[in-house]
Design a protein around this ligand. Structure first.
Ligand code: DHB
Ligand code: FE
Length: 282
């Protein structure tokens, strides 16, 4: 039987990918940031998941204002890196797990989550930067990835509570998949940041710390916050944090925090990272 063994949260700042792609990770500005992921890289190498359900948002790369899916799931065999204006990142093509993805799509839709099914999807920094942080620059990504894209760009995004419930539905779906697979769920984006407007550069360390503190044992505090709360406290792009609640919802019951890292700044963004072991996995 497939099982969700762990959840991982991470910011997905595009400048992190650019630093890695251009060989600048040992510059003082970047060294502190990348060092916060060293524990997780060793851990990942030890636990070796088969599949990552990678929750992220597209940043007008695969989608535009023409079509705005609230939740979209990648059911293809492969997902090429998107051209975000400077050519695609020089990273491997992402390999999917079409069979599990179709199982998830069926299970979630019959569970009344109306997923958009993506048979073609170019994946941008929201998905590839967390892979780079965890795996460096391999010839091929050592894990299969099911992209799960969430609209956090165009109002109205889904509520934080809806995201948490989707995570719970993902847990039910994975538990019903017969193949023995070690599955992780990652939530990306955040932490506090605002890229434009009069509050551009806004960082709220107190809110970010509260979010990381409550994620394990009091997620209800976080999924009860409104969109206005997230924008006010985390900045307009800090809304990306609701995607971490899909990850948390997918971990059943009590979880164990294995690792945490927080750093300001990377580009205009507070960077947060957490690793949670699923209660059931022990
Ligand atoms: C930045 C951060 C993001 O999460 C993003 O998607 C785009 C830009 C930034 O800080 O530059
Ligand atoms: Fe983003």
């Amino acid at each position: 039987m497939a099982r969700i063994t762990a959840g991982l949260g991470s910011s997905h700042v595009p400048a992190i990918g650019a630093a890695q792609d251009s060989g600048r990770i040992n510059e003082p500005y970047w060294r502190r940031l990348f060092s916060g992921y060293e524990w997780s890289r060793r851990w990942m190498d030890a636990v070796k998941p088969d599949v990552v359900i990678l929750v992220y948002n597209d940043h007008a790369s695969a989608f535009s204002l023409d079509i705005i899916p609230t939740f979209a799931i990648g059911c293809a065999e492969k997902f090429p890196p998107a051209d975000e204006g400077w050519g695609p990142r020089p990273v491997p093509t992402v390999n999917g797990h079409a069979e599990l993805a179709w199982h998830l799509a069926e299970s979630l839709i019959l569970d009344e989550f109306d997923m958009t099914i993506m048979n073609r999807l170019d994946v941008d920094h929201g998905l590839t930067v967390p892979l780079s942080l965890m795996f460096g620059q391999p010839e091929a990504w050592p894990v299969k990835v099911i992209p799960l894209a969430v609209n956090v760009i165009q109002y109205p995004p889904p509520t934080a509570h809806r995201c948490y419930r989707l995570g719970q539905a993902i847990a039910r779906a994975v538990a019903a998949y017969p193949e023995d697979l070690n599955v992780q769920v990652w939530g990306t984006g955040g932490m506090s940041h605002q890229l434009t407007g009069t509050r551009a550069g806004f960082i709220n360390t107190a809110f970010d710390t509260m979010f990381l503190d409550k994620l394990s044992d009091e997620p209800e505090v976080l999924y009860s916050l409104s969109h206005e709360d997230y924008v006010r406290e985390a900045g307009s792009e800090g809304m990306e944090l609701i995607m971490w609640l899909i990850m948390r919802g997918a971990l059943e019951g009590r979880v164990r925090e294995l690792h945490r890292f927080y750093h300001v700044p990377a580009s205009n963004t507070a960077v947060g990272h957490i690793v949670l072991a699923s209660g059931r996995a022990g």
